[in-house]
Design a protein around this ligand. Structure first.
Ligand SMILES: [Zn+2]
Length: 475
């Protein structure tokens, strides 16, 4: 259907500008996304990143790329070890619980599964290989306590991703914790020598007795599954420094080749106008929201609907608006099923062509989803007007339906829409009674039934084709 060659453009953090996406191998994309540290339930800020990555992958697939997606699970680091010790359970048992919870959450959000979910504890040999190469190449050294550190002063382009200048490095200054700020830019630990606090968590390797640092796992596992140079690496902006900066230093220091061609970072999520934090009472896991009765698909839509490089303010009001938007799409698809009009005289065909160009053009432009959704809702409004006028033929409705399915392969929010499966028997009875009351022109009874239906979350609309209903979520 599309004759123009798609030109997808991404904002590349590495070069700080939008670039046309050219994959290493034509038609294929290797994509690595930093996964969860399985020490707790993931929060909605984490899911904003995972949903942005899902949208990116689905868009590349819409444009006919074959995507190989790898997401790691961090199942050994400072936090997982501390957590397992607090709960007095073995590390693997502790992390398995949160890994299972993570998979349940991403399935609820209709996030497509990656091709590989490598776990850090299953790839120690690969990390040791990278560590050894870095020592050989002069980028890493063993400290007195037996830990192996990366000497960032030796990697001349250190800071090229996060665009920081490492001005005055104190010789020998080191940081052993996995997470730190730009102010602490120092030599970081690739391999942490065992200490009594690590308990029974250690590996005996050529790098000594100990465990890997956090950063080396992503270097080792991404290259293991995607090769030494691959197309796209994503993550939240908070992982750009030090994590991604260190990944580049490690991988390029070990191989001498460019690590990743395109780096894409999503911005922060705010909740009710401020940074999400337990102390502010605005910290939510997905489970917290599902426990309040929210539909995970509505949460998906909301977190997707703002451009990934804009800060996003999550509010409960916005969640209600998202529910209305998804309902509009579902109702539209439902209406198409009844279309039996004369035909629009080419109007539907024109609208189909227009919306594909507009939606596609916006998404190709660094995943500008808000503009793409604007085009989609304009299209829905215009086809709805033709449906109101009884002008949409069966075959036109089928074409519209097919395109809606194709868009939904990207958005993942409409799903299968049928008339029956979502309305309760009680609601059906009330709708019938209301129809009878209307026929009898008993407007008082009809209105009372409408109120009862509204209380059940069912909104009825009287149209030329008869009564329509839609479900709305109660806050
Ligand atoms: Zn990572």
């Amino acid at each position: 259907m599309n004759t123009a060659t798609p030109r997808i453009r991404f904002f590349n953090t590495l070069t700080h500008r939008k670039e046309t996406f050219i994959p290493i191998e034509e038609g294929k994309v290797g994509m690595y996304t930093c996964g969860p540290t399985v020490y707790d339930y993931a929060h909605i800020g984490n899911f904003r990143a995972f949903l942005f990555e899902d949208l990116l992958k689905r868009w590349l697939e819409y444009r006919a790329f074959k995507v190989t997606h790898v997401m790691n699970l961090t199942d050994v680091d400072d936090k997982t070890i501390r957590g397992s010790q607090t709960q007095h359970v073995p590390l693997d048992q502790y992390t398995e619980h949160y890994a299972n919870a993570f998979f349940a959450d991403i399935m609820a959000l209709n996030i497509k599964l990656a091709d590989h979910y490598p776990r850090a504890t299953c790839h120690i040999p690969e990390m040791v290989t990278v560590g050894k190469k870095l020592i050989q190449n002069g980028y890493a050294y063993k400290s007195q306590d037996g830990s192996i550190y990366y000497a960032i002063g030796k990697f001349s382009s250190y800071g090229k991703l996060s665009h920081i200048k490492v001005a005055k490095l104190q010789a020998g200054a080191r940081v052993k914790t996995d997470e730190y700020t730009k102010e602490d830019a120092q030599d970081f630990a690739l391999w942490k020598a065992w200490t009594p606090e690590d308990g029974d968590v250690f590996w005996e390797t050529e790098l000594g007795k100990g465990r890997p640092g956090w950063h080396i796992e992503c270097s080792a596992m991404s290259m293991r599954y995607l090769g030494e140079t691959f197309d796209i690496h994503c993550g939240g902006i908070d992982n750009m420094f030090p994590h991604h900066e260190n990944e580049i230093a490690q991988s390029e220091g070990a191989t001498g080749k460019k690590f990743v061609n395109y780096w894409l970072h999503n911005e922060h999520l705010l909740v009710e106008g401020r940074k999400m934090a337990k102390k502010f009472g605005n910290f939510y896991t997905l489970r917290d929201l599902l426990g309040k009765g929210y539909d995970p698909i509505i949460i998906r839509y909301l977190l997707l609907s703002t451009h990934y490089r804009s800060q996003f303010n999550f509010t409960f009001e916005a969640l209600d608006a998202a529910a209305a938007a998804v309902n509009r799409l579902r109702n539209f698809v439902r209406r198409l099923q009844d279309a039996q009009g004369e035909g629009s005289g080419g109007k539907v065909a024109d609208l189909l062509q227009e919306v594909q160009l507009d939606f596609g053009g916006a998404m190709d432009d660094d995943l500008n989803v808000s503009v793409a959704l604007g085009a989609l809702f304009d299209f829905v409004r215009e086809v709805n007007a033709l449906l109101d006028a009884g002008a949409v033929s069966r075959s036109e409705a089928d074409s519209v339906d097919a395109l809606m399915k194709r868009f939904d392969s990207v958005l993942g929010v409409v799903g299968e829409v049928t008339q029956q499966d979502t309305l309760s028997k009680k609601a059906e009875e009330l709708i019938e009674k209301r129809e009878e009351a209307r026929k009898a022109k008993d407007w008082v009874a009809a209105d009372a039934l409408r109120v009862r239906l509204n209380e059940m979350g069912v909104v009825v609309e009287d149209t030329a084709q008869g009564v329509r209903w839609r479900l709305v979520k109660k806050a």
